[in-house]
Design a protein around this ligand. Structure first.
Ligand SMILES: Nc1nc2c(ncn2[C@H]2C[C@H](O)[C@@H](COP(=O)(O)OP(=O)(O)OP(=O)(O)O)O2)c(=O)[nH]1
Length: 196
């Protein structure tokens, strides 16, 4: 059995569309203390994402004996500043105003744990360049995107209206949506969980 230790609908949808049947059991850990202490120690955003992906998978693994548990996490870095998922429209507005006209990096980490042992982990990076959109465009975007801006770390969904925010992206689509899917599928084949 494969368990996805994530509440992310994007991650669940990516795995389902790729034909990977999973049981969803979101981790029950509070990410903030770990994130805070790693940030205080000036940990790299990739390391923060990787640590959290492992912690989420380990948490769920304790209640899923024998199961292969997938944990994931994504961090956003803009020239050394970390961003979290916006809590409301005002935060989404100020985050997007900070990101516009600049290139930011997304780090998407995935970890696979079985019976408390971390079997595999991976972090992928993507670089996204936002165009210099106007404040009027931004207000209209926030009106049309609604609460969806609160469910992703940059306040955008690339596969949706968010596409109108960007002039260029480097890195793979799946990484941007929050899950390095292709390396994960490689691991699942090697581990014998998917047909080769
Ligand atoms: N649909 C969509 N989701 C995105 C995009 N970019 C980022 N995300 C989502 C994926 C994750 O759900 C979320 C990143 O936040 P986290 O890594 O903290 O995961 P989240 O709190 O959603 O769930 P989890 O901690 O795994 O239970 O942002 C995008 O372009 N499209």
């Amino acid at each position: 059995m494969i368990v996805l230790a994530s509440a992310s609908s994007a991650r669940r949808a990516l795995l389902a569309a790729a034909g990977v049947m999973v049981t969803v059991d979101p981790a029950k850990i509070d990410e903030n203390p770990t994130k805070q202490s790693l940030r205080e120690r000036r940990a790299h955003p990739a390391a923060i994402a990787e640590n959290l992906a492992v912690l989420k998978a380990l948490d769920v693994s304790t209640r899923a004996p024998g199961a292969l548990v997938i944990g994931a996490d994504q961090t956003l870095d803009l020239a050394g500043t970390d961003f979290d998922k916006p809590r409301d429209r005002a935060e989404a507005r100020s985050q997007l105003q900070a990101l516009r006209g600049r290139t930011h990096r997304l780090f998407s980490a995935v970890a696979v744990v079985r019976d408390g042992q971390t079997r595999w982990r991976h972090v992928a990076e993507a670089r996204l360049t936002m165009r210099e959109f106007s404040n009027a465009f931004l207000e209209d975007y926030l009106d049309r995107a609604g609460d969806s801006v609160l469910s992703s770390v940059g306040g955008y969904q690339l596969e949706g209206l968010g596409a109108q925010l960007f002039t260029a992206i480097e890195g793979d689509f799946f990484t941007i949506l929050g899950l390095p899917l292709l390396p994960l599928l490689d691991f699942l084949r090697i581990d014998g969980d998917l047909p080769t």
